[in-house]
Design a protein around this ligand. Structure first.
Ligand SMILES: Cc1cc2nc3c(=O)[nH]c(=O)nc-3n(C[C@H](O)[C@H](O)[C@H](O)COP(=O)(O)OP(=O)(O)OC[C@H]3O[C@@H](n4cnc5c(N)ncnc54)[C@H](O)[C@@H]3O)c2cc1C
Ligand SMILES: NC(=O)c1ccc[n+]([C@@H]2O[C@H](COP(=O)([O-])OP(=O)(O)OC[C@H]3O[C@@H](n4cnc5c(N)ncnc54)[C@H](OP(=O)(O)O)[C@@H]3O)[C@@H](O)[C@H]2O)c1
Length: 471
């Protein structure tokens, strides 16, 4: 028998997860002219695009334009979308193996990392993952409520997600009104009494994970004073040496921007954003109502670890900060998938260049691959997932060409459609998504916004019934 990949015997690939990694994998697979591939994307949510839709901040609309290139991929005749179909609930690895030569998992990092400090779970202390999903109208998080009645909120962490969270909290709701933020979130933020947001970095200015454009934007927000303490951004000798060794203009610029913030005199703006460095929360404390009321922080110094990376170490000098709302923004975390090996420590699927490895034998689980945040952990911008997907796709195509992928029992695309119709009749096809997109952007046009999102599978189904369903 010939190897799969010819017009009469296409390579059949299932991609699980229709976020950036899933779409980049589909894009790389289908742009090849020397091999015939047909790709089915499975997505648990009714709407595609993962964190482009449910992570990227509403006031960063231009970033979301990347979904236009994903649309082009989804519109190809050899690509199908089965959204509203959850791997592990509606389809299993055995099902997919029955219908596809290869399966690539791109389900991202669906939960949050924990701090492991007393009081972390007090009412009023939330993972940033949930707040972000809530303001972006994620169907699983739209029912959450946040209490914005305190005057001071804290955001733990100084990565770009922490910056997004802090910006949404201090930004004028009138500015947010022209974005695709969820209506319920805009209403709640209009009632917010939060006047100061304190961001807490455990290491120094040089080590902060945010990028310069995002940092600079914080200093340009209307109605917001940005406050940085000069003593906290003073570089210690080891950081100074690191900066000199690195000879990296972006690192130098980051320190310059922070120095410029530190030199500012607060102008008495209605809201304040304070960036703190070299401090770690050690405990969240409750008030008489049981909700978070204060945070104990400890001052840190930096020492190199075995690999020479400067890490935070507590000095013992503590400070109590009164805060009524806390967002823990210390990173996302992958979750395990039924039937797949999982590295609990890293929160990723063990792999070599995208080939999923059996943790016991260390050999490749034939026909099974991984890409994106599930493959390498929760870091990197949207574009980082493109070369990552290219690496995985190379492994997939090399294996297919070398007959190293299993032959499925039922490769006929119609068999998959029958399976999904039986297991998940309310699946959302690409044609359905186009109708949802038109409905959302149409509502947006009337309101002067890029789109008004549908926030649940039920709303999507009702809208599709109204529009006349079918792909
Ligand atoms: C809050 C936030 C804001 C960000 N903002 C930016 C930005 O402005 N610019 C930028 O360049 N990068 C940004 N990033 C980074 C960027 O979003 C990521 O690099 C990228 O989304 C990772 O892609 P992924 O496909 O691996 O994961 P995801 O985007 O998370 O996609 C995974 C997909 O898999 C689906 N899925 C999960 N489980 C299952 C299952 N069991 N069955 C079927 N489907 C499943 C999910 O619903 C999701 O659609 C941001 C990240 C976050 C967290
Ligand atoms: N606009 C954009 O381009 C954009 C927007 C959002 C997200 N993203 C990308 O998405 C990825 C994920 O972003 P992220 O912000 O979730 O992760 P991140 O960049 O890894 O930042 C995590 C932050 O949490 C801190 N942290 C971790 N554990 C901690 C602890 N126990 N106590 C205190 N602080 C702790 C980290 O400090 P240490 O450095 O000391 O570990 C770091 O400041 C990043 O690559 C980011 O650039 C991009």
């Amino acid at each position: 028998m010939t190897v799969p990949g010819s017009p009469d015997r296409p390579l059949r690939v299932a991609v699980v997860g229709a976020g950036p990694a899933g779409f980049f994998v589909a894009q790389h697979l289908t742009q090849r002219t020397d091999v015939t591939v047909s790709v089915d994307l499975f997505e648990r949510l009714p709407m595609p695009f993962g964190l482009v839709r449910y992570g990227v901040a509403p006031d960063h609309e231009e970033i979301k334009r990347v979904s236009r290139s994903f649309e082009k991929t989804a519109a190809k005749p050899n690509v199908r979308l089965f959204a509203n179909v959850e791997f592990g609930t509606h389809v299993t690895l055995d099902d997919l193996r029955r219908h596809y030569h290869e399966v690539c998992f791109t389900t991202g990092a669906q939960t949050d990392r924990r701090l492991g400090i007393p009081g972390e779970d007090l009412a009023g202390s939330h993972p940033a993952t949930e707040f972000v999903a809530w303001y972006n109208a994620h169907p699983d998080y739209r029912h959450l409520t946040f209490d914005f009645s305190a005057e001071r909120a804290a955001v733990i962490g100084v990565g770009n997600v922490a910056v997004d969270v802090a910006r949404i909290l201090v930004r004028s709701p009138d500015d947010l009104a022209s974005t695709d933020i969820a209506d319920y979130a805009l209403d709640a933020l209009r009632e917010s009494r939060v006047r100061e947001v304190v961001m807490l970095g455990r290491r120094g200015a040089l080590q902060a994970a945010f990028t310069n454009a995002e940092l600079k934007e914080l200093g340009e927000l209307a109605g917001v004073d940005v406050v940085v303490r000069a003593d906290e951004i003073e570089l210690d000798p080891a950081s100074r040496a690191e900066l000199e060794r690195a000879d990296d203009r972006a690192l130098e610029r980051k320190v310059e921007i922070l120095r410029e913030f530190a030199a500012r005199t607060p102008a008495g703006q209605p809201r304040r954003l304070t960036l703190r460095f070299l401090v770690s929360p050690v405990e969240l404390r409750a008030g008489s109502d049981g909700r978070v009321a204060a945070m104990r922080i400890v001052r840190n110094v930096l020492h190199p670890d075995d690999r020479g990376t400067l890490q935070a170490h507590p000095t013992g000098a503590v400070e109590d900060l009164s805060v009524g709302l806390v967002f823990r923004s210390v990173g996302y975390r992958g979750v395990s998938l039924p039937g797949l090996p999982f590295d609990e420590r890293r929160g990723t699927v063990p792999n070599a260049a995208g080939r999923v490895l059996d943790p016991v034998t260390g050999t490749h689980l034939a026909g099974v691959y991984v890409s994106g945040w599930l493959k390498r952990g929760p870091s990197g911008v949207i574009g980082t997932n493109k070369p990552d997907a290219a690496e995985t796709v190379k492994a997939m195509l090399d294996d297919a060409a070398g007959s190293a992928c299993p032959s499925p029992e039922a490769p006929d695309p119609a068999a998959v459609e029958r399976l999904i119709h039986a297991r998940r009749p309310s699946f959302v096809s690409y044609g359905d998504w186009r109708k949802i997109d038109e409905i959302e952007t149409g509502r947006g046009r009337t309101a002067g916004r890029p789109r008004v999102k549908l926030t649940s599978a039920e709303e999507a189904e009702a809208a599709l019934r109204g529009a006349g369903s079918g792909s």
